[in-house]
Each structure stands twice: as structure tokens, then as C-alpha cells.
Design a protein around this ligand. Structure first.
Ligand code: SF4
Length: 335
């Protein structure tokens, strides 16, 4: 093992990186080991507010505008919009998961619920069987609540709602069932970032950790690669600012996030994702202390080969420049 590799392994074992200390188990940015980590939804449930929010979210499905696609279909009458969802929902898989960021997965794992279908549908989706094809099983609210509770009892640090946007009324219904039975770990809202402000505001005080993607900072690529969402940059910018307003920057206790915002961005070949503009936007609009995961794992999946230059992985140079731009923008908590 080279000295450089040895140092990287040691830093990783301590949860440290060359770019910042978030994700570390102790003494990291935002670390508050004595903080009250009770999820915010507990108080809302006690006030009866969860029920009121659920009603409002449910009403939105009547002329569905839960997300910026704004389909206007009556999902309560069985109609389906862009996300292929009516008033039922499917779960593809659920279980503890350790492949997310260390502050999210920790040692106990993040309790992932992978919902079927999607309101964004990236052309390069690595989980296309679930999001595009809709693989999964129709699930009841009671079953979903039971999944939440089972994941908490198995030691997971949080409930990780993967692709939740088109299904938030169902999620709140299940939450209302699970809270009286003892659910007490934070909800992680793990989304594409393509969110409606109105829907997000109804989640204020329910979601403790927002984990959105900001996939592209280029509207034409966003439109091409997401089946016509040219307003992705506009809506996602507003949505992520709203998320920050609700939960603030990422806070951790004993190395595990309990509240806050962590933004993800995938580096793509030839700067297709607009990484330079993205990191500058983060620094200027959210603040240089924002926690950002700049990911290098892009691989051509599903229909990616139809969209040059997405038929290849990003080069070392692509990734080098992404990290350089993040440093130049002054970001302090990127990984
Ligand atoms: S949630 Fe689905 S039906 Fe509703 S607006 Fe979005 S894509 Fe359309």
C-alpha cells in the first residue's frame, strides 16, 4: 500500500476527508453531541398538526400539483400523471443501508424505503427498473408504518425516504400510524430536488434531514435528460433554499446527522451537470458552510448511451475540475 493510500484509509477510518471534516464521528463541523435529537414530527403529532397537513396533501392529489410537473390529474379517482401513480403506492424494497454518507448511514445503517415510480425520471437512472418501470409491490399505510418501526427497532439511525415526492400524502398517513407506536428517529427526504414549494411548506417540521440532488445547473440538459423539465434549475434552486430555511445546515450528534441539509451533485462527463455554476450558487445562495457531496460515481445506465457525452464515465480531469471549482467557490464542507 502506498503512503498516500495508507493516509486515505486512515482518514476514512476516522471519518475525515481531505476536503473537510463532515461525516466524522467526533468534533466535526456541526457536531452537537448533547443536542436534543428528538425528531420535529413528534411535536406536530402531539398538536394534531400532522393530521391537518395530511388532509391538505391529500387534497392536492385531486388536481395533482404535488410536484412542478403540475399534471392536474385526479389521482383520487384513479387517474395517473407523469409519475404513473394514482391514489395507491408501491414500495420496491426496504431495509438497512450503509452506502449513503457516513453521517446518514452511521454504524446502524439508514433505514431505506425505496418507493416505486418517480416524478423526474432521469435518462441515466441506475434504478430504472424501480423508477421508470415501476417495479414494486402495492403497499398499505399500515405496512409502511410497520416498515418504519421495524427499521428503527433494527438499529437504523433514520428513515430514509428514497424518491418520496409523488407519495408524500401516503408517507404522512403512515407516519401518523407509526408515531403513537413509538417511532422516534428522523425522516430523511432523499429526492431529485424537483419539488414544489407549496408541497415542501407542508412538510415543514415533519422532515428533519433533507438530502436533495442538484443534478444539473444547465436547463437544456435538465430538459433533455428528464423528459422535459426545463424548469428544473428554477424549481430546485427555490426548493433547496426552502429546505435550508426549514432545517438549517447539517447538525450531527455523535457523528450522526439529526437535522439539516446535505446537497448531492453528480459529476458528469464534460461538465454536463454544470458543476462550476452549481458550487458557486451554493456558496453564494446557501452559504460556504453548506454540506455538499460531490459524487464521482456516474456510470452510463439505462438510456444514457443515447446522449453523448453521457455514454462514458467522467474522466479524472472532469473530477479534478469539479473539486477545484468547489475549493475556488470557498465551500468548506464538501466531500
Ligand atoms: S406528483 Fe405525479 S401526478 Fe402529481 S404533479 Fe407530480 S408527476 Fe404529476
Amino acid at each position: 500500500m502506498t503512503r498516500r493510500r495508507f493516509l486515505k484509509v486512515c482518514l476514512a477510518a476516522m471519518g475525515l476527508t481531505a476536503c473537510g471534516a463532515w461525516g466524522s464521528r467526533r468534533g466535526s463541523s456541526g457536531s452537537q453531541d448533547d443536542a436534543d435529537t428528538t425528531p420535529s414530527y413528534i411535536a406536530l403529532a402531539a398538536q394534531g398538526e400532522l393530521e391537518r397537513r395530511e388532509e391538505q396533501l391529500w387534497e392536492k392529489m385531486e388536481h395533482c400539483d404535488l410536484c412542478p410537473r403540475n399534471c392536474g390529474v385526479n389521482r383520487l379517482a384513479g387517474e395517473k400523471g407523469f409519475c404513473s401513480s394514482d391514489d395507491t403506492f408501491k414500495v420496491a424494497t426496504h431495509g438497512p443501508h450503509w452506502a449513503e454518507e457516513l453521517v446518514i448511514s452511521g454504524r446502524g445503517g439508514t433505514g431505506t424505503i425505496f418507493f416505486s415510480d418517480c416524478n423526474f425520471l432521469c435518462a441515466f437512472c441506475k434504478n430504472w427498473q424501480i423508477s421508470h418501470r415501476g417495479d414494486g409491490r402495492v403497499t398499505s399505510h399500515e405496512e409502511l408504518a410497520s416498515m418504519f418501526l421495524t427499521l428503527e427497532r433494527s438499529g437504523c439511525h433514520n428513515i430514509n425516504l428514497e424518491t418520496p415526492t409523488h407519495l408524500v400524502p401516503h408517507i404522512i398517513r403512515a407516519l401518523r400510524i407509526a408515531v403513537p407506536q413509538g417511532l422516534s428517529i428522523p425522516l430523511v427526504y432523499n429526492s431529485s430536488g424537483y419539488e414544489s414549494l407549496e408541497t415542501l411548506r407542508l412538510l415543514d417540521g415533519i422532515i428533519d434531514i433533507y438530502l436533495p440532488d442538484f443534478k444539473f445547473f444547465d436547463s437544456s440538459w435538465a430538459s433533455t435528460l428528464s423528459q422535459g423539465a426545463p424548469d428544473y434549475v428554477h424549481h430546485t434552486s427555490l426548493a433547496i433554499k426552502e429546505m435550508l430555511r426549514q432545517v438549517g445546515h447539517l447538525q450531527q450528534a455523535r457523528g450522526i446527522a439529526f437535522r439539516g441539509l446535505l446537497v448531492r451533485h453528480l459529476v458528469m462527463p464534460q461538465n454536463t451537470a454544470g458543476t462550476g455554476d452549481f458550487v458557486r450558487w451554493v456558496a453564494e445562495e446557501l452559504g460556504p458552510e453548506t454540506h455538499v457531496n460531490i459524487m464521482g460515481e456516474y456510470a452510463p445506465q439505462h438510456m444514457a448511451r443515447d446522449f453523448s457525452p453521457l455514454e462514458r464515465r467522467p474522466s479524472a480531469e472532469d473530477f479534478h475540475w469539479a473539486m477545484q471549482w468547489a475549493r475556488d467557490a470557498g465551500l468548506r464542507n464538501f466531500h
